[in-house]
Design a protein around this ligand. Structure first.
Ligand code: DGL
Length: 265
């Protein structure tokens, strides 16, 4: 029997994690829920983020998913509150990314993320637990995720916002590495690297995908029998416009979804 895992994000950002799972030939199917109608979550208070996220988790329980990857840094910053109210394992995206930052051997690293994520300080906390010598310099944007979700064609606006974030980071501290701590941001990785070719931008999607695969194999899953050897199928559920997924999926070279369902906003 095929196993199924859920992925949640406020919008299209979690597709970066779907891309990583597809590239790794993940031996399970994926149900993806994006709450595009209510994004950006990063400008909301914690209580609202938790309520909206629990709605997505409840929906995923109808699909009998065995675990959920929180492919959203903003939601991951509330994971402790979600874990007490959810019966399946939750894999957050902050823990594996922070471990990678702590291991880099750099004393100063940058973090680009939403306002909620930067204010939560959870990346810095997790990094310091592993390596207290590292300082995380966080720069928040209240706009960038929504621009990518709703106006991916407005490259000038996206470019201006990223340039402003880079300026603020440079004023704080020079760094060689910046973690893209919002899953929407790696969708426009080309713009980050063209504006700051001297900086290495980390996309945490592969790190989270590896964490999901580790969890899966710890259950004895991941054995490639004839059925599980096929590529993961993808069922999409969104509270926004399903059509907005097509250009992003094409950009990320993700195969067509098996089904797309509209969720009430
Ligand atoms: N993709 C989400 C993240 O990783 C944020 C987008 C939002 O603000 O809704 O934080």
């Amino acid at each position: 029997m095929r196993h199924t895992i859920g992925i949640i994000d406020s919008g299209v950002g979690g597709l970066t994690v779907v891309r990583s799972l597809v590239a790794r030939g993940a031996p399970f199917d994926v149900v993806y829920v994006g709450d595009n109608a209510n994004m950006p979550y990063g400008n909301r208070p914690a209580g609202e983020i938790v309520t909206l996220s629990l709605r997505m988790l409840k929906l995923l329980s109808e699909y009998h998913v065995e675990a959920v990857a929180i492919a959203c840094n903003t939601i991951s910053a509330t994971v402790d509150q979600l874990r007490t109210r959810c019966s399946v394992p939750l894999v957050d995206i902050i823990t594996p990314a922070a471990a990678a930052l702590a291991r880099r051997g750099e004393l100063d690293v940058g973090l680009f993320a939403t306002e909620f994520t930067v204010k939560s300080g959870l990346h810095a906390k997790r990094v310091r637990e592993l390596n207290p010598a590292v300082t995380v310099h966080g720069v928040a944007s209240p706009r960038l995720a929504a621009l990518i979700d709703r106006a991916i064609d407005d490259e000038a606006a996206i470019r201006d916002e990223i340039a402003a974030m880079l300026e603020r980071l440079t004023a704080m501290h020079p760094v060689k590495t910046v973690l893209l701590g919002c899953t929407h941001y790696p969708i426009v990785m080309n713009i980050f690297t063209s504006l700051a070719p001297g900086i290495e931008f980390i996309d945490p999607a592969d790190l989270q995908a590896d964490a999901v695969l580790r969890l899966f194999s710890s259950w004895g899953g991941g054995k490639c029998d004839a059925e599980s050897a096929s590529a993961p199928s993808l069922d999409l559920v969104t509270s926004g416009n399903p059509e907005s997924y097509r250009p992003i999926m094409a950009r990320l070279e993700i195969p067509e979804a098996r089904s797309i369902r509209r969720l009430e906003a």
